[in-house]
Design a protein around this ligand. Sequence first.
Ligand code: 1HN
Length: 345
Amino acid sequence: MTTAIEPQDALAAFDQELQRSSLQGHWKMELPSFLEPKSRLHPMHWRWSQLHEFLRRSGDLISVNEAGRRTVQLMNPGITGPRQWTTHNLQMSFQLVLPGEVATAHRHTMNAIRFVISGGGTYTTVDGESFLMEPGDLILTPGWTWHDHINESEEPIVWIDGLDVPLQFAMNAAFIEEFSAPQQPVKRIVRTAADGTEGPDGSTWYWKGPDAEERLKKLAKTARPDEPVVFEYRHPDGRPTLPTLLCTMQLLRPGEVTTPRRHTAAGIYHVVSGTGVTTIGLGGNAETTFEWQSRDAMVVPNWTWHQHQNRGSEVALLFSMNDQPTLESMGLYRQETRETAAAAR
Ligand code: 1HN
């Protein structure tokens, strides 16, 4: 008597046969019938008092030559191996350059921003353009531009670095190169907006802090109370700050409570000034509240309801960097308020 092979055994044997040939059937893929983003990111809050203390200690313990760049990076525990980042697409860090130090010239395909926090009278050179770094300034280092930093002043300088390293590493497409000398030749020195804020490619590479603040205060005068007051760092033709990231500055009026919102972009925040509260995961069982002060940093995970409140009597300024342009380029950018979410159902 012969025993018939059960169909499921035949399929299991077939699946194994496929696997041995580095193949798989769709039926083994376990694609859910409903899916929406569930962020891997943890909502995070780093206090400046702590960040500043660690940065200061890094200055005592390691020279810029040993470190390459002396930065302390924001790590998100929700991202596990092979490397950790701030969000799945972007990385933010704080960089310290001491008087007399040079962070030597190199270039990479990764796009970078610098937002100056403290110190001044020092320069970062990007493809031959030497930009004066003063608190509140935003300076771009677009992918593949040569860049080096020098501190010719008498005091330490601290700035934020924001880069799309995680995204470029995930795409396995990144290149890095050292320049042939510690510093590149300087073609032009740019100190104020009047010197011209464009890089050699014609797009804006330099936004002065006071100009951004001025524009926000003007916007605040005419905005409705329920309208967010936000300045987006965009080029004159409307393109975002960099192809993979958008920087914004939001002004929160005294007592302002923003409309709860969620979007597929993940945000990394730096408090420029003021005090307030950010609530993340509103109404959910993992609701988290961060009470922030000037110079603190935060992460708001993607597709997570959040709301900011200005608890002080002065305006508060929130600088942020997010991956909206990357999502837009792929047709993946969505944003909702509670009202638009209800209307869609
Ligand atoms: C980089 O080149 C700088 O040039 C700062 O100052 C931070 C983080 C990752 C990769 C390259 C800089 C960086 C970086």
